[in-house]
Design a protein around this ligand. Structure first.
Ligand code: FEO
Ligand code: CA
Ligand code: CA
Length: 558
């Protein structure tokens, strides 16, 4: 099937795009950008595009960020870098999202970066893999350092002479951490409070049509534990990972939400209406009447895919949360008032939202193999969901699920689900995670094989070597193939792909290099090789001819 550039733009048009340079909105967690290159190419340029050969990078287990021919990278910011007199850049960067300050200048703006979790070996000098020295030994001072290094960063970045740099001490530069007070956007207090302390486990995210950032709290139970229910009796189960509850009495119910951040002043709020679970991301679509549809997945084995439809314009509070029955193609309402089965089990809608996983199961939601990132195809309007794997069901390589809403209506309550692509040796990828469409509608994808299984001869991931970045071209002879274009340093995962508004830069996080290290004197990775032997998560800018050509590839069609 061929897609014309004209169709692409007309679909974006329906998405109520703002001006071309505002990273716009067709929106998302991994991001979709707007085509800005509207002029016709010269014959010569067209010929160059038509003869363009995309050379795949072979799989590699080398400790380096390797790129396919036609790509270069430079590091924008890394863990520990000073972003202002008061603050430093946090750990394990994941989702990135760039909003230009002036829509006419795509080279100067605010970058949001998630800091998902910490490696205590580097932050607190404590080895949580050393089971003879369990986390009971962690001190308040160590936990405070850990709390500072999660959450997110807002940094102003500018491109000059082809290189993106942090504008040091720009008044926008700030940190949001596990100690930042955050408003709960709900009329009923949660565990007696209207404000939560901090955000954590910030994995992927999204952008709103009103140009704010969304950051999603994923594996929140690692930090303060979780509340479990047996016959409706609640018990708080401690975290056996970081165990912050030893020092801070913050209820688990204050985490596991989608959090919105205002880029201008850092003001934050948690959106209760979108439910509480291990949110990977949150991908928004604005309907013609300005109501919002938000897709979000619960990245846990056998958990679910959700969609929120607002009843009011530009609201992430008024509306209904649905969960997917992918077998019968139905969105099921998590609506206490109108679902007797929920009324019987829960005392009110607030409780349904806090215990969304249980409510979803009562309604008959389909268990999925760890839904991760979600993107809306800017050409077809189909929704793509990475299902990363489910080892317990012998799904080691995952797949990408395609959702087609009935009649292409994002607020439809029925849909068709199918597998777009399955991971494995035949397709050349395993464990899909973040997704991003570029200006031409090519799909970019990162993989997330877990550190302890990657390059492990006893596990089924050997052929894939290190985690990678792939592109699936939409046009030409390689259309539909999965082509590796970057290979991550040892133990790392590439996350947070986001295109700059002009499509010339791909922002990308290199997360947890050297994660399998148990002895700081012998790290398993030394990336980014900045002289001190310490592996550091960092955000890079990937540029080059390959990206620019891919972003124009649609112009050879239609
Ligand atoms: Fe944090 Fe589901 O990846
Ligand atoms: Ca992820
Ligand atoms: Ca992942």
């Amino acid at each position: 099937m061929s897609y014309s550039r004209r169709k692409f733009i007309s679909f974006l048009g329906k998405a109520s795009l703002g001006t071309a340079l505002v990273p716009p909105f067709l929106i998302s967690c991994g991001n979709t950008t707007t085509p800005t290159e509207t002029k016709n190419l010269s014959e010569e340029e067209l010929e160059r595009l038509k003869t363009f050969v995309l050379e795949a990078l072979p799989a590699s287990d080398k400790d380096d960020l390797l790129l396919a021919k036609g790509l270069d990278y430079h590091t924008i910011v890394k863990w520990g870098d000073r972003i202002s007199d008061a603050d430093t850049f946090g750990f394990n960067n994941d989702f990135t999202c760039f909003i230009p300050l002036d829509e006419n200048n795509p080279k100067d703006g605010l970058l949001w970066v998630n800091h998902e979790y910490i490696n205590s070996l580097y932050i607190a000098g404590f080895n949580y893999r050393d089971y003879e020295n369990p986390p009971e030994h962690v001190t308040l001072e160590q936990v405070d350092k850990e709390m500072y290094n999660v959450g997110g960063s807002i940094i102003r970045i500018k491109e000059e002479h082809g290189k993106w740099k942090v504008v040091e001490n720009d008044p926008h530069n700030r940190r949001i951490t596990a100690k930042t007070p955050i408003k709960l956007n709900w009329d009923t207090p949660i565990k007696g409070k209207t404000t939560a302390i901090g955000t954590l486990a910030n994995c992927s995210g999204g952008i709103t049509p009103w140009n704010t950032f969304l950051t999603c709290e994923e594996n929140y139970d690692d930090f303060y534990g979780e509340t479990k229910y047996e016959n409706n009796v609640a018990t708080t189960v401690s975290s056996d990972y970081y165990g912050w509850e030893r020092f801070y009495n913050h209820p688990p119910e204050h985490y596991g939400w989608v959090v919105e951040i205002n880029p201008k002043d850092g003001a934050a709020q948690k959106h209760i209406a979108l439910g509480r679970f291990a949110h990977e991301c949150c991908t928004l679509y604005e309907l013609e009447d300005k109501r919002i549809v938000a897709y979000t997945g619960d990245d846990k084995n056998n958990e679910h895919l959700y969609k929120f439809i607002s009843s009011q314009p530009s609201s992430l509070k008024e509306g209904t949360l649905y969960v997917a029955d992918t077998i019968n193609g139905k969105w099921l309402a998590l609506d206490w008032e109108n679902q007797p089965i929920l009324k019987k089990k829960f005392k009110d809608q607030t409780e349904v939202l806090i215990r969304a996983r249980e409510a979803a199961k009562l309604l008959g939601a389909t268990p999925l193999n760890r839904p991760e990132d979600i993107e809306i195809d800017p050409v077809t309007g189909h929704i793509f969901v990475s299902l990363t794997n489910n080892k317990w069901k012998d799904d080691f390589h995952g797949s990408i699920l395609k959702i087609e809403e009935t009649n292409g209506a994002f607020d439809a309550l029925t849909f068709k689900a199918s597998t777009y692509k399955a991971g494995g040796e035949a397709t050349g990828f395993s464990c899909p995670d973040n997704l991003a469409f570029d200006h031409s509608g090519n799909l970019w994808m990162t993989s997330d094989m877990s550190g302890s299984w990657m390059n492990n001869p006893e596990k089924p991931y050997m052929p894939f070597k290190n985690n990678s970045l792939f592109v699936i071209p939409r046009y030409g002879k390689d259309a539909g193939k999965v082509i590796r274009v970057a290979s991550a340093p040892r133990d790392a995962e590439l996350t947070g792909p986001w295109f700059s508004p002009d499509g010339k830069t791909l922002f990308l996080s290199v997360q947890h290099p050297g994660e399998q290290t148990t002895d700081v004197n012998h790290p398993t990775s030394q990336w980014p090789f900045d002289g001190d032997n310490i592996p550091k998560p960092a955000v890079v800018a990937i540029t080059g001819d390959l990206i620019e050509k891919m972003n124009k590839l649609n112009q050879i069609e239609g």
